[in-house]
Write a protein that binds this ligand. Structure first.
Ligand SMILES: C[S@@+](CC[C@H](N)C(=O)[O-])C[C@H]1O[C@@H](n2cnc3c(N)ncnc32)[C@H](O)[C@@H]1O
Length: 361
């Protein structure tokens, strides 16, 4: 789905926005906008004072980090973050697909004597009007509400407005939550996470964000799952744009049935060769697996050189499947994927559903 079509089908829902935390009822901003200044201000200030319980940790961190910086907020809702960052000395531009949300922000900013710019996004060209010297994109629970391809179009239009080395800061829902909630289609998952009228939500992690912004290169600064994997915070530095090349994946045969990695620790179990590489340079191995019991380590090993090519990723038993990523800066034809039981508490049982090798982004 293209971005303009996604905006047309979601904007109507999004005049219904969250309050200061996920515990407060949602509000229709077009109704709020009809209240008097005094009523609006009372309601908004109440929400703002509750907001610190959910947002306090990142308000403290980024209030300082973004002081004196130019921030473009995408999906600013009722402006709790925007006001906080502006009070800490950032210069904030709020963008949203629902015009009445921005109307509330303009009124609150006026009532508080703050200067906050606003931009209504009704198609991808709306972003053209933004300055091109932002230090950070700030997208808290917003871009994940449209399908990946549309979000990619929006993100690629937006990243052009960041300074070299700028930050991309995004809050989303992690894959772990999607699995926990039954891996529903994203059209249905939106209704489960954000209410009956929500057309879409999909999960993200930094690897998926990198795919969304490809061929721009991101370096992860912080990838933090919080509130029992209910949210994921992603903060990346945008390193620059590379030549666009298609991302080719090569599938490696996965073992059938359940594997058992016996103890003790460091006793390696199932392994497989990965050659040949689908790409020059750094590669990423994506593994979808189920850890039924115990804890399993996955690592890339160079047989000839007798050394590891990646860091080990250790996956603990949990409900549902998990996707793991192993990165090797240099790839050699005789690379093997090794697995082992990574717990001193006994054997581990696991299944591997798929193994894919692709260029690292
Ligand atoms: C769940 S609310 C979050 C609001 C705010 N960021 C907060 O933390 O309270 C989602 C907001 O993102 C906006 N939105 C949804 N999809 C968007 C998109 N693709 N681009 C820009 N804004 C979007 C909605 O209009 C709404 O204001």
């Amino acid at each position: 789905m293209a971005f303009d079509e996604a905006v047309r089908s979601t904007a109507e829902k999004w005049r219904e926005v969250p309050g200061g935390t996920d515990m407060q009822p949602r509000q229709f901003s077009d109704r709020l906008a009809q209240s008097s200044d005094a009523e609006l201000s009372r309601w908004w200030e109440d929400q703002y004072s509750c907001a610190a319980s959910l947002r306090g940790w990142y308000w403290r961190l980024y209030g300082e980090l973004l002081r004196g910086k130019r921030v473009v907020e995408i999906g600013s809702g009722l402006g709790f973050d925007a006001v906080h960052l502006a009070l800490q000395g950032a210069s904030v531009t709020c963008c949203d697909i629902a015009a009445s949300n921005l109307e509330v922000i303009r009124r609150i900013a006026r009532l508080r004597g703050l200067s906050i710019e606003t931009l209504h996004i009704d198609n991808v060209r709306s972003l053209d009007g933004l300055p091109r010297d932002f230090d950070a994109v700030w997208a808290i629970g917003s871009i994940h509400h449209i399908p990946f391809e549309a979000a990619r179009e929006e993100s690629l239009a937006l990243v052009e407005h960041l300074k070299p080395g700028g930050r991309w800061i995004e809050l989303s829902y992690p894959r772990e939550r999607w699995v926990r909630e039954g891996s529903p289609p994203f059209g249905k998952w939106g209704r489960m996470t954000d209410g009956e009228r929500t057309p879409w939500v999909e999960w993200y992690d930094v690897e998926k964000l990198k795919l969304r912004l490809h061929p721009w290169r991101l370096q992860s600064i912080l990838e933090h799952r919080l509130e029992s994997d209910t949210f994921i915070w992603m903060d990346c530095q945008v390193l620059g744009r590379e030549v666009e090349t298609p991302i080719v994946r090569r599938t490696v045969p996965a073992p059938s049935g359940t594997l058992v990695a016996p103890g003790p620790l460091w006793n390696y179990a199932w392994s497989t060769p990965l050659d040949p590489s689908p790409a020059e340079g750094a590669v990423m191995v994506e593994i979808e697996c189920f850890i039924d019991s115990g804890s399993v380590g996955f690592v890339l090993w160079l047989e000839d050189g007798n050394r590891f090519l990646s860091r080990e990723v250790i996956a603990e038993a949990r409900t549902g499947n998990q996707v793991l990523h192993l990165t090797a800066d240099m790839y050699h034809p005789d690379t093997r994927l090794l697995t082992r039981s990574a717990t001193a508490l006994g054997a581990s049982r696991y299944r591997i559903a798929s193994i894919n090798v692709r260029p690292a982004l």
